[in-house]
Design a protein around this ligand. Structure first.
Ligand code: B12
Ligand code: SF4
Ligand code: SF4
Length: 222
């Protein structure tokens, strides 16, 4: 049975255009920080966003003007929902959010781009915060599924980048950023990363317009 706390949290988070992305009971080697009194949290619940819905809400938020609007908005709206909250930003050192996200949701897998892929949402989701609870909450049992990458014909994410920034060796960040500063790089700046857009999975959730451009501008600034 799913815990009442989770049911209430789910409604609260959905009302913010965010989504609960699973949870787990941390072990010592998960690297989850302790609570303010030094005790280890018994439950971590991952919060993220799926698709572009978050953008309209952000545009209306007081954080819309000024630096890092998504991070500042997230910090405000997630405060007080749990015994502690930690964020993917603010490092280095960075909390291992992708590792935690895979522990929290067995449907997630690493894609060749370094992003986690979900069988429904594809590459179009992000991690916004991890809610830590002193209590051990009852979590739904999720079953893993094969990664869509395993059966992907042609792996277009690896062949679409005009400057071959993604390869099986990893992501050449410098080559990508340099290209984004050129005239030819403007389709990436306006529509989003062409390699990410080439993925056939979860296209209905792809970031569009303002959200795509916001992320690209933030990334290009470094
Ligand atoms: C540093 C960082 C970057 C760096 C370096 C990535 C790298 N080569 O390692 C740079 C600036 C290049 C980067 C870029 C992007 N990033 Co980034 N990044 C991070 C950050 C803050 C820390 C990663 C880290 O070092 N973790 C510490 C280690 C110990 O944790 P880990 O979970 O075990 O680490 C994993 C990652 O490092 C991952 N990884 C390895 N190589 C790459 C390459 C890329 C491109 C990515 C995204 C991840 C990745 O593999 C590790 C093992 O699982 C995370 C947030 C976080 N706290 O995790 C976001 C994060 C990984 N990024 C994310 C995203 C979406 C991006 C971008 C696609 C978009 C953007 N934010 O602008 C871009 C890619 C640019 C493009 N062409 O579109 C998302 C991924 C969501 C998902 N679906 O998986 C995260 C989780 C942020 C979030 N709020 O959701 N990123
Ligand atoms: S294009 Fe294919 S290999 Fe690349 S991320 Fe999408 S499903 Fe995976
Ligand atoms: S943003 Fe453009 S240049 Fe950078 S990796 Fe994606 S497709 Fe390549």
């Amino acid at each position: 049975m799913v815990d009442d706390t989770l049911t209430r949290l789910d409604a609260r988070i959905a009302g913010l255009d965010l989504a609960l992305r699973g949870g787990f009971h941390p072990e010592a080697d998960d690297g989850v920080p302790t609570l303010a009194d030094g005790s280890p949290p018994a439950t971590l619940i991952m919060v993220g966003n799926v698709g572009p819905a978050i953008w309209e809400r952000l545009r209306a938020a007081p954080e819309a003007s000024g630096p890092n609007p998504i991070d500042r908005w997230t910090a405000r709206v997630l405060a007080g929902l749990s015994d502690a909250v930690v964020f993917p930003f603010g490092g280095p050192p960075h909390h291992p959010f992708q590792r935690w996200a895979r522990r929290a949701d067995p449907l997630l897998a690493a894609s060749p781009l370094g992003l986690l892929i979900h069988p429904e949402f594809g590459l179009w989701h992000a991690l916004r915060g991890a809610l830590l609870f002193r209590e051990r909450l009852e979590l739904p049992a999720e079953q893993p599924a094969p990664s869509p990458c395993e059966t992907c014909a042609g792996r277009p994410c690896l062949t679409t980048c005009p400057v071959n920034a993604f390869s099986l060796r990893g992501y050449d960040v410098r080559t990508c950023r340099t290209y984004l500063g050129t005239l030819s790089g403007q389709p990436c700046m306006i529509q989003g990363c062409q390699a990410r857009l080439a993925c056939p999975v979860g296209r209905a959730y792809a970031y569009r317009g303002g959200l795509a451009q916001h992320h690209m501008r933030a990334f290009a600034r470094g």
